[in-house]
Every structure is written in C-alpha cells, then in structure tokens.
Design a protein around this ligand. Structure first.
Ligand code: ADP
Ligand code: ZN
Ligand code: ZN
Length: 711
C-alpha cells in the first residue's frame, strides 16, 4: 500500500504530493500527519490519498517512519475540497492545505498552557463554619472566601491553595488555557426577541426547503442577522457546527459579543490577523467540538468544523469574500462546494445581493427569501438627496463640496452632531469625465470604462484604443479629465472650509493595524471628532447616534473603474451607506454628489430599488456576455520586463487559440493597474460559456508563471 503525502517544501510547486510506502504495521489514516524521510531530513507531511500501485518508473520509494498525529488533522471532506480547489483555482495542493492547517499544528510545535482551577469541596452554606475552623489562619480563610465567591477560581500561584487542598476544603484541577480571543468576552444578558411574523415565515421557509442553498434578500435592518442566529441555533441543537462569515470589516467586538451572548462558550473567532498561537488554539477548540460556531472572515471556511451543518454568509455581495492572491478563491464558491461535501446548508444574505446570486435564486437554483420591511416600521429608509456636480461646475464651485453639502455640514457642526464623508475608493480612477456634461469614456465593445494610458484611451478587457480627446465628444467642452480624489485632499479642503471642525480620517493608511479600525470607531463614537472621512468603514453594528449626515463625495469614481461590476458596486455602496445613516427616530440625511445623475446605479440607488436595478443590470450582462451568463477568466503574466510580459502573453494567447479554436481570447492588454511594485502585468481575458472549457484551458496552459482568476 502507498500513500500520497503533501510536504511543506519548495518542490511542492512541481508535485502536489510525494509517494511513500505504508509499512504493514502502521495503521495510517487519511488526513493524518506522518513523519517521512525527505532528502537528507525528516519532514512532517499530510496523508492525502492512498493507492495500491505506483508507476514502475518511480524508483526508491521510502517508508513512512511514524504517525505523528493519531487523530486526522483534515477531514475527508476537507481533502476533497483541497483537491477541488487546486484544480478550480490552478494552485498547488500545498497552498490549499496551508489554509486549513495552522503552522503550529502542522509542525507539532503547539505550546499548550494550563491553569489551575480551584473549586470548593463543600456546599457554600457551610462556609461560615469552615471560616471559623480557619480563624487561626486568616490568609487561608481569606483565600477560601475568595474561591467561594467565584464560580471557578483561576489562580496564578498554586502555593497557598495546596494547604487548602490538603485540608480537604477545595479541589484543584488543571485546565487547558486557550489563547483564544473569545475568552475575553463575557456573555451579557440580552433582551428577549420574538421573531416578527415575516421573520418567522422566512425562517420556516429556510428550514423546510429541500434546496441546499438559500438567498435572503432583505433591506438593511430588516432582521436578517436574527434569522442567521436562529438558523445557527437549530443546527447546534442537532449537535452540528456552523460557520458564520462576515466581511472583514464587520468582524468587530460588537459582532463577536452578539454571538457570545447567544452561544456562550461555543464561539470561535477566525481571521487572518490571529497570531500563530491563537490560530492553533482556536483550531483545536473547533476540531474538538468545544467551539460550535466559527465566526470569521473568508478563511474561516477552512477551520476544522468537521460536523458542519450550516454556513452563513452575511453581506454575500462583499468584495472581501474574494481572495486576491493565490489561491484566488471566492468564499461563496467554496461554501457551495462544502455544502455538497458535508450535506450542509448555505444561507446567504444581503440588502444588495450579487447580481449573479440573485439571478440564480430567481431561476430557482437557490431558495429565494425576502424581507422587505425594516424592524420597527416607524424607521423608514433615509432620503437620499442627489447633487448634480455639473451644476456646481457651471457655478464655478470647483471644490469637492457642493453648496448643499457645505450648508449641511455647517448645520451638523452647529448642532453638535456628526457627519461621515465617503469616498468609494482611495486615490483616483483613471477614466475620463466631462465636468460640464458628465460624459464618460466607455468601450463600445465591452461597456467598461476606458482608462488613460499615456496618449491613449485603452480598454483593459479587449485592448480597444483611441486617442485621448482634447474636447468632450458629447458637448465639446475642454473640461475633460480623470476624476480622482483622495481622503487626504478631502481632509485638507475640509479644514480650509471649516477650520473649527475636528476631522478624523479612515483609509487603508490609517486602518491597517490589528485594532486600528476599532480605535477609529471608538474615537468617533466618543465624539472626539465631528467629521469622519474615509473609504470603507461604515460597518454593520456601528452604533453612532450622533451621525445625522452621510455624504458621498463623488459617486462616479466607482463607475470609472474598468470593471464590469462597477455599476453593481456603486449601487450597493449607495444602499449600504444609506442604510447606516440615521438612528432611532431620525432617519438622517444622505447627500450623494455625482456628475452622472442619469446613471442607473445612481437612479435606482437613490430610490432604494434593488429589483429595478437588477432588472436593468441583468440585461446589460446578457447583452455583453458577462457573468452570470459566462464566467470571466483572467490570465495574468507578471514580469519586470515589459516586453517579456507582453511577449509571453501573446504566445499563450496564440497557443490557446490554436488548441481551442472555439475560444474567444481577448488581449493581451496591460492589466489594471498596469504596473505594481515595479512589475508589469499583462492580461488575457476569456469569457467562458461553460465550465468544461475552464478545465480544458487549465489543462493546456503552463502551471507556473501564470496567475489565474475566475470571476
Ligand atoms: P439586518 O441584519 O437585516 O441588518 P438585524 O438583524 O441586525 O438586521 O436587525 C436590526 C435591529 O433590529 C437589531 O437591533 C435587532 O436586534 C433588532 N431586531 C431584529 N429582529 C427583531 C425582532 N423580531 N424584534 C425586535 N427587534 C428585532
Ligand atoms: Zn461634455
Ligand atoms: Zn473593450
């Protein structure tokens, strides 16, 4: 018998796994870590497959030396998932397994620490009598009293306790102490919530449907989270586990607290900022079944919830569910695969579902559940006021702040309230925009924004080129340029307009640390600033009662991204921002500044009309063969040498066209952005009409050197 073993080594780029012989006396199981000879050293590897025979050309097969972990560290389902991902995302098996196995566990370097817990050996009612017995030893009496006061007394030093133990008064027990984040949270009592009739209906429909996947489309604050929690409760009652994904930005102490309150002692937290030790410990708590709900960002999917019954993906449209480095997976796709492997259910929710997800749900592939009203009917959605920036330009107001926005900001400052100003992207986009009439540069073939590339306008999808116009093709104005605005520029201008205002900035420069995001939230909540300027920050669970104004500085920046999802992103941004404005009785105000008030995303966004936006957008997608009517495969070659990157891309394009004549290969074109860290990126773009094509393409192309992204 032979085993295929994955080893953490450079060579795994070329071979997914290495073959070893299983000695007859070793009861090796799938998913175990075993010790094997590897070159001059010994390595711990993971058993990923067995086989009876090996090809004759493989010579000198060595034996597995010993089993390092008795319990498998990966489930059979995880192994299947790893194989699937390595094929689907064109990456090595090692790459995927590293997502599933914390470093300390793999290397066997886990440090376990223990604490001693003391408990009384007698009923508390006898305490006074015992204290009398100890009257000659006041220190011991005090200690005993302290132990009695706490349910379990965790002590740092054991010395004083030993005496009490010898006298038979207490019991000492060594307990594993976990380096887990959740242990910092104490469950707090919650107010009782009984589901509304609508929520009840939705929950029942979810429990009853034979479909494995459901989409909950519900406007902001319609009570979606409550449905997730009830669904989780149900699977826990069936002795199963649940994984609850939230966007990175929403993984706040408030979110964790809400879960700890609901499921005391059973919550694990998982995200990429955990230390190696915290990861190892959370991993063990989940595998042992002590932790039954894993809340986390996309990588929480790979935790060892071997008894998985349910995956919840909140805000399923969020970009952070896609990993932008290898393996370039999307949490939604991985979760779907997992529901098949574990026979589990998937519940996705959003106020602005991904267009593709909503399409599949309306086709009947997923159960479609809707919540159309906010909890507490008095709480309407805030009114969004649109400001046409072209008018401001004509009035010769060249600042980022329309007269209207300036006025509202002044009101906020006078009234001792707070405002949030939004830029939907840091820095600038390089599409052209006419500030007089709102014309934008768009590719005729692809319907995406053309970007400025030296003297040319370029389509990053198909390579279409035109000269940068001197005058606006629509109105002949010379006021055409790229739109771009950074948080810093906005901050500077704010300070000029309102010298007395206290301004706080939140963008990827200021929120990169582990707790920076939370610190900014706390500062703003404590009223240490009047205005918050930032990119991605209003998360669910932010409880900011003073915020009565939200401004979107230029909605168009998002529209000017060269990406077929640009409209969808903008629509969703407007909806999310509006959904967070205002609290309690006052729905608050949203001011949206734009050069393109006629754009569908802006029109439907200000009306809070998802369905209207969807109906429109799905037609565009169909006309231009974008997802969900195809999958967009992007192949990227990266090199320091621009000519080489371009030549390699051309070569592959030609090879693919020769081998698979039915393919329509676009490019090569410079990627967006074209140069990152001194390296040139060239893209080939292929619209895949079916899944089988993807496998064919991946099989014909070199595995190394190419970046593969399926969108
Ligand atoms: P969503 O996830 O759709 O944004 P939430 O589930 O967070 O909405 O609900 C919004 C608010 O309403 C929360 O404060 C929540 O505690 C409260 N809530 C939800 N369901 C109910 C209910 N059935 N009765 C009373 N309050 C509710
Ligand atoms: Zn114009
Ligand atoms: Zn094009």
């Amino acid at each position: 018998m032979y085993a295929e073993i994955v080893i953490d080594h450079q060579l795994s780029k070329l071979h997914d796994s290495f073959t070893y012989e299983v000695p007859a006396e070793l009861p090796v199981q799938l998913g175990q870590i075993v010790l094997v000879p590897f070159g001059p050293v010994r390595q711990r590897g993971v058993v990923v497959a067995f086989k009876d025979q090996v090809p004759a050309e493989i010579k000198g097969i060595k034996n597995i030396l010993k089993i390092s972990t008795l319990e498998p560290v990966l489930s059979k389902e995880q192994l299947s998932l790893a194989w699937w991902m390595s094929k689907e995302y064109n990456c090595t098996l090692l790459h995927v397994i590293k997502l599933m196995l914390p470093f300390e566990i793999w290397k066997g370097k886990q440090k376990s620490s223990y604490t001693t817990v003391a408990t009384l050996n007698f009923p508390v009612s006898e305490l006074p009598a015992k204290l009398v017995e100890l009257r000659r030893a006041p220190k011991q009496a005090a200690l005993l009293q302290e132990i009695a006061q706490q349910q379990s007394y965790i002590c740092s030093s054991v010395q004083g306790l030993k005496v009490l133990e010898q006298k038979g008064l207490i019991q000492l027990e060594k307990k594993r102490s976990w380096r887990s984040l959740t242990h910092k949270y104490q469950p707090e009592p919650e107010k009782d919530i009984s589901l509304t009739a609508k929520q009840q209906q939705v929950l029942e429909a979810f429990q009853k449907t034979p479909k494995q996947v459901a989409l909950l489309h519900g406007i902001t604050s319609s009570g979606k989270t409550e449905i997730y929690l009830q669904a989780i409760k149900k699977v826990l009652a069936e002795a199963k586990q649940a994984i609850y994904l939230v966007p990175e930005i929403a993984l706040t102490p408030q979110t964790i607290q809400r879960l700890v309150n609901r499921f005391p002692g059973q919550v694990a937290v998982w995200h990429h900022l955990l230390s190696a030790g915290e990861k190892a410990d959370e991993w063990e708590r989940i595998r042992s079944g002590e932790a039954r709900v894993v809340v986390g960002s996309r990588s929480a999917l790979f935790t060892p919830a071997f008894q998985l019954g349910l995956i919840v993906i909140d805000e399923e449209h969020e970009g952070s569910y896609k990993q932008d480095r290898s393996p370039r997976y999307h949490a939604r796709e991985v979760a779907m695969q997992m529901t098949k492997l574990y026979q589990a259910k998937l519940l996705m929710g959003s106020a602005t579902p991904d267009i593709g997800t909503y399409y599949k749900a309306s086709q009947g592939d997923y159960e479609l559940l809707e919540l159309a009203e906010r909890i507490g009917s008095a709480n309407g959605l805030p009114k969004i006021e649109m400001v046409d920036l072209r008018d401001e330009f004509k009035k010769k107001n060249y600042s980022y702040f329309s007269d209207k926005l300036q006025l509202e900001l002044a009101n906020i400052l006078n009234g001792k309230q707070q405002a949030i100003l939004f830029l939907n992207r840091r820095g600038s986009a390089s599409g052209l925009l006419c500030r007089d009439c709102g014309w934008r540069s768009v590719c005729p073939a692809c319907d995406i924004t053309l970007t400025v590339h030296g003297p040319k306008l370029l389509c990053h999808y198909c390579g279409h080129e035109e000269a940068v116009p001197v005058r606006c093709p629509a109105c002949a104005s010379v006021a055409i340029k790229s739109v771009g605005v950074g948080t810093q520029k906005v901050e500077t201008e704010l300070k000029r307009l309102f010298p007395q205002a206290r301004v706080l900035r939140a963008d990827s420069d200021t929120t990169s640390g582990k707790t920076a995001h939370e610190e900014i939230y706390q500062k703003f909540k404590n009223y240490e600033a009047d205005i918050l300027v930032g990119t991605q920050m209003i998360a669910k669970g932010w409880d900011l009662t003073r915020v009565n104004l939200v401004g979107i500085i230029i909605a168009d920046i998002g529209l000017h991204m060269p990406d077929f999802r640009a409209s969808e992103r903008i629509f969703s941004l407007i909806t999310q921002v509006a959904g967070r404005a205002g609290r309690g009785d006052d729905p608050g105000k949203v001011i949206l500044q734009t050069y393109t008030p006629d754009h569908e995303a802006v029109i439907f966004g200000t009306r809070h009309d998802y369905r209207g936006f969807y109906e429109n957008e799905i037609k565009v997608r169909q006309a231009f063969h974008y997802p969900p009517f195809s999958r967009v495969l992007t192949l990227t070659y990266v090199d320091q040498n621009e000519d080489k990157a371009k030549a390699e891309s051309k070569k592959l394009a030609q090879e693919l066209k020769n081998k698979l004549p039915e393919l329509e290969v676009l490019g090569p074109t410079p990627a967006y952005p074209p140069k990152v860290y001194g390296k040139y990126h060239f893209d080939l773009l292929i619209k895949l009409q079916n899944e089988a094509l993807l496998a064919k393409i991946l099989a014909t192309m070199p595995r190394l050197g190419w970046r593969v992204d399926v969108g």
